[in-house]
Design a protein. Structure first.
Length: 328
């Protein structure tokens, strides 16, 4: 009976992948419980709080087989201890630019799950955009521990706020340099929020018509006690993920967008030092009443490396700057 119960709860969550002319990357999680995306994002007040807490009461499934099916590929791997899996496989077949469907299957005994995901083959462009999420476009109050928890627990996806003119700026960056109406520059959203909140972030971005993006988050958490520390701790994973993206598409120039509430300036400074020819501009949103001296010093150092910098409070300032340097 225990085996039947566990199998009945088998669930699978896929994330947007990406591909270049040589390699393909897709990832996801397998759970013994419902996946975090199975809980409603538009419930009100306490029901929403319960749904958010349930997203952290998940049970990852370690060392279980998963199979990727895409354009003739049929490859099997196993999940890591936290239920996470990633396929990094050679792929040299011709593929049109845009978003493509892939499938992953997970089967135990006679019980199985099949899910479809999407992966991106970038359109031809000269620009890639990498953006933080919390307090860069999604108002999250990361500077205040209790206020951040309050809005996360009691404001559903429809009630969360976005900074004014962010969408205008991001859409302009998406279209910059493109002449084909269907083409766009590639977007990547990289955050210290955990994979538990993937569906929330993806839904929020879609509701506000932000550019469709590959989303890369922090290691999943599996407990209510872990929830209290959501988005906190080391942010070094962001540096690693951004470095991986730029290494995967080294032919692009990049615009990096973040804020001064956590460690984006320090991370972006490291990225600029490692990729001295790839970073076109760095944008940092000011989240408090005054500019932070440490952030100003870091941005001045980035500027000395011939990278355009903009420390802004309102997105219309960032838009004006992007126009002045010819990015949009």
């Amino acid at each position: 009976m225990q085996i039947i119960y566990q199998l009945a709860k088998l669930d699978l969550k896929l994330y947007r992948g990406y591909v270049n002319d040589e390699e393909l990357i897709v990832s996801g999680h397998v759970f013994k419980s419902w996946a975090p995306d199975k809980y409603q994002l538009d419930s009100k007040s306490l029901r929403h709080a319960v749904a958010i807490l349930q997203m952290f009461r998940i049970k990852p499934y370690p060392n279980v087989e998963v199979t990727l099916i895409f354009k003739g590929l049929n490859i099997t791997t196993r999940t890591l201890d936290d239920g996470f899996f990633r396929f990094t496989v050679p792929f040299t077949e011709a593929l049109e630019s845009g978003w493509h469907k892939y499938e992953v299957t997970c089967k135990l005994f006679d019980f199985g799950v099949v899910e479809s995901g999407e992966l991106l083959k970038p359109f031809k462009s000269k620009l890639g955009i990498i953006s933080d999420i919390d307090d860069t476009f999604l108002i999250s109050h990361s500077n205040s521990f209790f206020k951040k928890l309050y809005v996360l627990l009691l404001r559903n996806v429809n009630g969360r706020q976005i900074f004014e003119d962010v969408v205008v700026h991001y859409k302009a960056l998406s279209r910059a340099g493109q002449t084909n109406d269907e083409a766009s520059n590639s977007f990547f959203y990289v955050s210290s929020s955990e994979w538990n909140l993937y569906e929330f972030i993806e839904t929020f971005a879609r509701l506000h018509q932000l550019p469709k993006a590959v989303i890369k988050l922090k290691k999943i958490k599996a407990g209510i006690s872990d929830f209290l520390f959501t988005g906190r701790g080391s942010h070094d994973h962001k540096f690693i993920k951004i470095k991986d993206i730029i290494s995967f598409y080294p032919q692009l120039d990049y615009v990096l967008l973040g804020d001064d509430s956590q460690h984006d300036p320090q991370i972006y400074e490291r990225i600029c030092k490692i990729f001295p020819k790839n970073i076109k501009a760095v944008y940092i949103r000011q989240t408090s009443a005054r500019e932070k001296n440490k952030v100003t010093m870091i941005l001045n150092n980035i500027s000395a490396m011939d990278v355009n910098i903009c420390y802004f409070k309102y997105s219309h300032e960032a838009i004006k700057h992007s126009k002045s340097i010819g990015v949009i």
